[in-house]
Write a protein that binds this ligand. Structure first.
Ligand code: GAR
Length: 192
């Protein structure tokens, strides 16, 4: 992949399917993309998403999850070997500790499947349907020590129709995630 002055290096953490990773890889390969994906780490060595990284010749590591502190220690050792500007969580289902955030010392972004501050945590689509919300969406935000609470970088909403169930809503929201995550990264990096 071509490199040029001003291009930023990012790392990505995933846990499973990796559709956001796939979309970010596609974006990073565009001509003059502002970011390069230097490495991918998963807390699950079996994560399907790691295959996308391998296919695109991006260094990737599956760390067998023993506990949070082991994962954080091992991933920090790897991250420190790279000259990174940003870490992006893309379907990463563990909560990073304040200690990790402090030690990593570079900004961290996350994608969340709701219109934050609504529905922090899990089962966002089910909660939106149960509450008969008219809209839901996706949010890209900075990661801080509080779950899903950092500064919002970009958000986009989508209408919930009467016919929607968790599966159809997940599909709608994922489409939005794939659209706004690269945009949010570029917006964030441009202001660094
Ligand atoms: C995405 O919907 C993402 O927003 C969500 O997990 C899914 C991962 O999909 N993340 C969280 O809920 C984080 N708390 P992907 O692996 O296909 O990108």
């Amino acid at each position: 992949m071509e490199n040029y002055p001003g291009r930023k290096n990012i790392a990505i953490f995933i846990s499973g399917r990796g559709s956001n990773l796939k979309s970010l890889i596609r974006n990073s390969k565009q001509k003059n993309s502002l970011f390069k994906i230097s490495l991918v780490i998963s807390n699950n060595p079996e994560a399907v998403g790691l295959k996308y990284a391998t296919k695109s010749k991006i260094k990737n590591y599956g760390i067998k999850y023993i506990n949070n502190s082991y994962f954080e220690k091992e991933s920090l050792k790897i991250l420190k070997k790279y000259d990174l500007d940003l870490l992006c969580l893309a379907g990463f289902m563990k909560i990073l500790s304040g200690n990790f955030i402090k030690n990593f010392s570079k900004p961290i972004l996350n994608v969340h499947p709701s219109l934050l501050p609504k529905y922090k945590g899990l089962n966002t689509h089910l909660r939106a349907i149960k509450n008969k919300d008219k809209f839901t969406g996706a949010t890209i935000h900075k990661v801080n020590e509080k779950l899903d609470s950092g500064k919002i970088i970009l958000q986009k909403k989508v209408r919930i129709s009467k016919k929607d169930d968790v599966k159809s809503l997940e599909k709608k929201v994922l489409k939005i995630e794939h659209e706004i995550y690269p945009k949010a990264i570029i917006k964030f990096l441009s202001n660094l």
